[in-house]
Design a protein around this ligand. Structure first.
Ligand code: FEO
Ligand code: CA
Ligand code: CA
Ligand code: CA
Length: 656
């Protein structure tokens, strides 16, 4: 029986064709506008210049680089759709754009990087909070000097909470108590809590570090480099007689437990979900109970009074896993956000996010699935306790979290095709998850090479070798990716799943979902379900595409679909229900070189916010002014990642 009968929304826009230009393409009747591109000053009286040299001081008070996940936080309920705090992740940097028009970056490949270059790059990462508002003409602008404007960077002091806090794993010279750390890094997707906070998710952070010496199990498993760090910030440290701490902390090579330059535990304070209160300047908190890996995002499960608070998260690396966190505390609606009020939201966060159980997913071939608890006393596939398998003390919950990936290996989790974003249908609670691609998925029934015995430490890095196809990842060399969805079962720790859609070029022989010229896509990444208030919504799909079958045809894009409910799920696992794709339509295409990511809409759905990350030659005027982003660049511009607001010219709700 189908418990989620609804009359589907109709997508009322005309699907757009693929595009290969330095412009945003939107449907007829819509307009797109650039907002808060990288480098936009947050303070009053400062302006961006196209030939602006960036400095540590300037970058610390300007919008960070390479926008990714984001969310809006209303300042007052009556104006929630025209004025709010925009919280956005600044995932990584384009050094060429950052250092133009100066020489630089200096000595990235070898040698010592100038301290101010490292400081500038550190300050371009993290999270930007900025107040934005819409004027009477429908134009959006940020509010320079707003008390809500704030930056978190790779150097900002933060608290550590949950099982790892105060454990020996995270005691450092900076924080001998193991209760604090500095910086959040490579924040990709995001989360929003019902109590009004923002979650910035630490994804590809391991390579800001380097370990040239004896390796620990956890840093080998998660892929901390052994030769050089990505940006070389560690090389900005002075010699041993100087205070090395600011930059030396990125080199975690063990030099002796009590050596002044031993930073072995620094990386163990990364890899978490980071909770930020956008309404105050309280220290951000790393919520370690939700696991330690390359977190793509943090997606709230269906919220119900008197039930646990649930978060889903994927580990975006080839053949990594899907996780679910279930709080001990039961949701009390009295804890819901009170927009614009300043009070201790992070204390509420502590209630729901510091004590709970972390699970990892196993997908069965028959369309069922199970959640495997990652607790010290869980029984591994080979019949040991997880604590014993990992060589930990029986009650070492912190050790389980530090070694989340190994723990999941031992439990027999299903290796996935790079889990990126999830989206939860707020009515049914059904969860959608993008599996962006996996070129290391093999057809052969081989023993996965990523399997870790726990006895030998292997340098495996990003992409843990190869793994054979399985029911939920059924395509070998899956270059185009797919989207799966599941529904939690009434049985404990069980779920039912199916493939929702396979990415493909229309001409591909494995175009299993019957995609056409107007909706072919590959490498699904961003995903967001917009609740329309009457039990309906549009599922928005964004792409981050490296698949040659499509990049000759179109840049990355934004598509919309109104999914049928899972009421008709037959436990068929990988069998595709093509009726779900009848309304899959391309809504927008990004400029050359960019990825389309980060998405939410105003509560009234009249303004859809997306991010354009790593554009090659965009926006047209450098983004100095609010502009119509559909205007293509003429000549080379200094590229700037930016938020883009898409609105209907008639002011109505987007998509319908
Ligand atoms: Fe930063 Fe997995 O995308
Ligand atoms: Ca990205
Ligand atoms: Ca992503
Ligand atoms: Ca991606």
């Amino acid at each position: 029986s189908n418990g989620t009968q609804k009359t589907p929304l109709t997508l009322a826009f005309e699907a757009v064709h693929g595009s290969l230009t330095d412009a945003i393409v939107v449907p007829e009747g819509y307009v797109a506008q650039v907002l808060v591109p990288w480098g936009t000053p947050l303070n009053d009286g400062d302006t961006w210049q196209a030939d602006q040299p960036m400095t540590p001081e300037r970058q610390a008070v300007s919008v960070g680089m390479h926008h990714d996940g984001m969310a809006g936080f209303a300042l007052d309920a009556d104006n929630a759709s025209r004025r709010f705090v925009l919280a956005l992740n600044n995932e990584y940097i384009d050094q060429e754009a950052l250092w133009a028009p100066q020489d630089g970056p200096t000595n990235v490949e070898s040698g010592k990087r100038p301290a101010d270059e490292s400081r500038t790059e550190i300050n371009a990462h993290g999270v930007t909070m900025v107040e934005v508002e819409k004027d009477a003409n429908g134009h959006w602008a940020h509010v320079p000097g707003s008390a809500y404007n704030r930056r978190l960077t790779s150097a900002t002091v933060m608290d550590i909470a949950g099982p790892v806090a105060g454990s020996d794993y995270v005691k450092t010279q900076f924080s001998p108590s193991g209760m604090q750390t500095r910086g959040t890094n490579n924040n990709c997707g995001n989360g929003v809590t019902p109590w009004g906070t923002y979650i910035a998710c630490e994804e590809n952070w391991p390579d800001i570090f380097v370990n040239r010496g004896e390796r620990f199990q956890d840093d080998a498993r998660i892929g901390i480099p052994t030769d050089k760090s990505r940006y070389g910030w560690d090389t900005s440290a002075g010699d041993a007689s100087e205070d090395n701490d600011e930059f030396g902390r990125f080199d975690i090579t063990p030099r002796g437990e009590h050596a002044a330059d031993d930073y072995r535990n620094e990386a163990r304070s990364f890899g978490y979900q980071v909770e930020v209160d956008p309404y105050s300047d309280a220290l951000a908190v790393k919520r370690t109970a939700l696991g330690r890996f390359r977190h793509e995002g943090c997606w709230l499960g269906k919220l119900e009074a008197g039930q646990p608070v649930v978060y889903y998260s994927g580990h975006d690396s080839r053949n990594e896993y899907v996780y679910k966190y279930v709080s001990d505390a039961l949701w009390n609606p009295a804890d819901a956000n009170r927009p614009g009020e300043e009070y201790d939201r992070l204390a509420i966060g502590s209630r729901y996010m510091d004590n709970g159980t972390l699970y990892v997913a196993r997908f069965h071939a028959d369309g069922s699935g199970e959640w495997l608890a990652l607790t010290p006393d869980a029984t591994t596939q080979d019949g040991r306790t997880l604590a014993v398998a990992l060589g930990l003390a029986d009650d070492d919950h912190a050790g389980i979290i530090i070694n989340t990936c190994d723990a999941a290996d031992f439990m027999g989790a299903t290796p996935m095709d790079r889990p990126e974003w999830a989206a939860v249908d707020p009515t049914s609670g059904e969860v959608y998850l993008t599996l962006t691609n996996n070129t290391q998925r093999t057809a052969e029934e081989t023993t996965p090479t990523f399997t870790n015995t726990g006895d030998d430490i292997e340098q495996l890095g990003v992409g843990y070798g190869t793994a054979p196809t399985n029911a939920s990842n059924p395509r070998a060399n899956n270059e185009a990716g797919h989207i799966i969805r599941w529904r939690e079962s009434r049985l404990p720790n069980a779920f039912t799943w199916e493939v929702f859609v396979f990415g493909a070029a229309a001409s591909d022989v494995d175009n299993h979902s019957g995609l056409s010229e107007l909706n072919q896509f590959a490498s699904p990444d961003g995903l967001w379900f917009d609740e329309r208030g009457d039990g309906q919504g549009i599922l928005w799909i964004q792409t981050d595409n490296g698949y040659g079958g499509l990049t000759e045809y179109t840049n990355d894009q934004l598509l919309a679909v109104v999914p049928n409910g899972l009421g008709d799920i037959q436990g068929t696992g990988p069998v595709v229900n093509n009726s779900n794709q009848q309304q899959l339509k391309r809504f927008a295409v990004g400029p050359n070189g960019s990825e389309v990511t980060g998405i939410f809409a105003t509560p009234d759905k009249t303004a859809l916010f997306i991010n354009i990350q790593h554009p090659g030659n965009w926006p047209a005027d450098g983004g100095a002014l609010v502009q119509d982003a559909t205007i293509a660049a003429s000549g080379q511009v200094r590229p700037r990642a930016a938020t883009v607001v898409i609105q209907k010219r008639d002011g109505g709700p987007v998509g319908v």
